[in-house]
Design a binder for this molecule. Structure first.
Ligand SMILES: Cc1cc2nc3c(=O)[nH]c(=O)nc-3n(C[C@H](O)[C@H](O)[C@H](O)COP(=O)(O)O)c2cc1C
Length: 158
């Protein structure tokens, strides 16, 4: 199904980055890490509180990352950690900034036990004119190539 895949993700502590890299290896797609202009603090409790405020306010941080030619991709994977049961604010900025209509959009996330929360629903709402596939949700850093491969087959991407 997919000719040109872009794998866009934000990762604070590395778990979603690991999963994104496995997806890139399996699909041959292009990796694109979303880097905010202002880094989130490393301290867990501090970032948890900051994220709560940002999500409640609908804050969308400026990104250093720019995708040059989004039209070159027919499939866009979108990866995020589960932050307060939803997407991390840098991913919200990405979704607001690019037109993904007529593309396949494939959400994926890592989480700390809460699963994918509202992530699939939020991506669907943000991409009303895209074909949004079911989310791949992986606990913590447990992503494995076999798991990614079977999920890609199930979604029809591979
Ligand atoms: C700000 C913040 C909020 C979080 N909220 C949730 C949550 O609501 N549910 C959950 O299961 N995990 C939650 N977690 C845990 C992360 O989703 C989990 O550690 C994830 O794998 C981190 O991905 P990363 O390493 O790519 O940043 C939260 C972590 C942070 C830092």
């Amino acid at each position: 199904m997919s000719k040109n895949s872009l794998i866009v993700y934000y990762s604070h502590s590395g778990n979603t980055r690991k999963l994104a890299k496995l997806i890139a290896e399996e699909t041959g797609g292009t990796l694109c890490e979303l880097v905010p202009e202002k880094f989130y603090p490393d301290d867990y409790n501090t970032v948890v509180e900051q994220a709560k405020k940002e999500i409640q306010a609908g804050f969308k941080p400026e990104l250093k990352t720019k995708v040059k030619d989004i039209s070159a991709y027919d499939t866009v994977f979108i990866g995020t950690p589960n932050w307060w049961s939803t997407i991390a604010p840098p991913v919200a900025t990405f979704l607001e900034s690019y037109d993904l209509s007529e593309k396949n959009v494939v959400p994926f996330c890592t989480h700390g036990g809460g699963g994918s929360g509202h992530i699939e629903a939020i991506v669907k709402k943000s991409c009303p004119d895209s074909a949004v596939l079911s989310v791949l949700s992986v606990y913590d850093d447990t992503a494995r190539d076999s798991l990614v491969e079977s999920w890609l087959k199930k979604t029809g991407v591979k």
